[in-house]
Ligand binder design. Sequence first.
Ligand code: TYD
Length: 404
Amino acid sequence: MNCRISGKKLSIVNDFGKQPLGNGFLNKEDFDNEFFFNMKTGFCNESKMFQLIEQPNPKKMFHENYAFFSSSSENMKEHFRNWSNQIIKSIEKKNDPFIIELGCNDGIFLENIRDNNIRHLGIEPSANVAQVAKNKDINVITEFFNANVANKIKDQNGKADYFISANVMCHIPHILDVAKGIELLLNENGILVFEDPYLGSVINKTSYDQIYDEHVYLFSAHSVNYLFNKVNMELIKLEPQSTHGGSMRYTLGKIGKYQKDLSVEYYLNLEKKDGVENYEKMLDFNNNVLKHKNEFNKILNKIKKENLNICGYAATSKSTTMLNYCQINSKIIDYIFDTTDIKIGKFSPGTHIPIKDMKKFKESDYKYSVLFAWNHQKEIMEKETNYMNNGGRWIIFQPEIKII
Ligand code: TYD
């Protein structure tokens, strides 16, 4: 398999074996027809892009029953409100500015833009989440974005001042065509800002659960610059974010249009120093993944030997990789509690652990809960103080495996 950006041969990094869809929560009657694919990752020495070798067809993942709703976390709502406020401020003096968001989900970012009467367009291929945004009077088209769609949008709306995306660009295999579409949609001084889980954080934390069918890429400053240089754009700023357990916000403009912020050189140098652009480092990462798996299984098996029950907290897409890779099923974890209607009553992809309504978590008396939504640890600890006061213990696996 060759790199989707450079066309050069990929070097294999991880082999997670057969994996189902990260968001493929399913009913019992669908167990026999469940979809699996071989999940391996590779690294390109030329583009420095970390990527899945094989990715299921996007239509299998993003559709009218998509299970991820961005607004399920209060912290994320605040994150998007702050970010949209920054953007609104920066275009205060512009006449009739136009903002496009790729993968607007339920409108978590665009609702503030709409409240400020700014011309906007969301592009969202998953019809059910797009409908939630439409119900909030946000302008949305339900499409998979590419250069053709970009041309249509340009003809109907003109060019944009901002092109925004959060936790979406890393989902798109034909990213080079998307980059071309973005470049042609942005006006001369137009700016692309997007954020996604950061390869450097995943490697430092061994947070391999960020790798699943939807995340075809894990970006770095090096790989993003390589990719966008191909369409006459360059990095002008990098800002680390705490969301999704360690993300990076990338700001790009057309080549030569903006003076580069010092953060660009800083992160390019840091990645060289830390080896984030080096295949040897990827092999170290793979060794750490294997160690993490063994340690995690050891801790769960020890608790089961003492005949104590374990539940999971939050049926995240990330947990799919961990559960399947570590082969943890309902013999080890009885239930996973979650707040999302579309997941409740279904079973976890591949491992078939029942998903229960989070409201039932309070009534349950689980001694141990695995915190699958570790990226929301602060928010969850603040609202679940009773659980620990009543003797409950959290099994945490990020940034290290421990029981608290
Ligand atoms: P998140 O880590 O944002 O997502 P991902 O699916 O990308 O790994 O977790 C979202 C899931 O976590 C979603 O199913 C809702 C659930 N969740 C809860 O059940 N309770 C909570 O307090 C939070 C923050 C999330």
